[in-house]
Write a protein that binds this ligand. Structure first.
Ligand code: CA
Length: 218
């Protein structure tokens, strides 16, 4: 899953990118309000973490213009302790939730999962098909009676495929989901990940669709 981080604080931004990366997501980080709005309107991110106090353009202005343009993606505000009025304004403008600095990464990830569940209309914290089950919080995959906790990228791969069971994702689509901007991606990176996952479970867990990509059947 790709996440857009719009945050001008170098320490916090860096920590967020690292935390998201550790959790199997790929984060793109923008440090300025104007660039942030541009990056957000290009799309491609499943969720936006948006600081309120930004140089150039405030988080609230960005939020307002994204919602006005019909952008319904989950947006979580990052606010300072003394920004109560801004938090309220943000929620009224259509933010899904907010976090007050300083916050624990654990809480950020839990709130992101909650917001994504609400958007996906899911009441549970797992994704599954008839044969594969993925726990979004523990990163454990269960397949034909075998359970394994997957490392970050393998988890992200299974998550991408399970979001639309039976739907085919091409190499380019998977690369876009799994890797951030400017990240060097080896031409066989996706194949290597798929190989690792199959080795842990079985070849059948991910199906090849010749010339089109990969899928996990419903
Ligand atoms: Ca700031």
């Amino acid at each position: 899953m790709r996440v857009l981080v719009i945050e001008d604080d170098m320490m916090l931004g860096g920590a967020l990118v690292q935390a998201l990366d550790d959790a199997g997501m790929s984060a793109d980080w923008v440090r300025d309000g104007h660039l942030g709005e541009e990056a957000a309107s290009v799309g491609g991110h499943a969720l936006v973490l948006l600081d309120i106090g930004l140089p150039g353009r405030s988080g609230l202005e960005i939020l307002r213009s994204l919602r006005a343009a019909g952008d319904r993606r989950p947006i979580l505000l990052i606010t300072a302790r003394d920004e109560l009025d801004d938090r309220v304004a943000g929620l009224d403008l259509g933010a899904d939730d907010y976090l007050v600095k300083p916050f624990e990464v654990k809480e950020l990830l839990a709130r992101m999962r909650a917001v994504l569940r609400r958007h996906g209309g899911q009441a549970v914290s797992t994704l599954n098909t008839s044969e594969v089950e993925l726990d979004l919080s523990s990163h454990e995959v269960k397949y034909r009676g075998k359970g394994e906790v997957l490392p970050a990228r393998e988890f992200a791969l299974i998550q991408a495929l399970l979001e639309r069971p039976g739907g085919i994702l091409s190499r380019a689509q998977l690369e876009e989901r799994l890797y951030g901007w400017g990240e060097e991606v080896e031409s066989n990176a996706v194949d290597v990940l798929i190989h690792y996952v199959r080795r842990k479970f079985d070849k059948d867990i991910i199906r090849n669709v010749r010339g089109a990509g990969w899928m996990i059947p419903k």
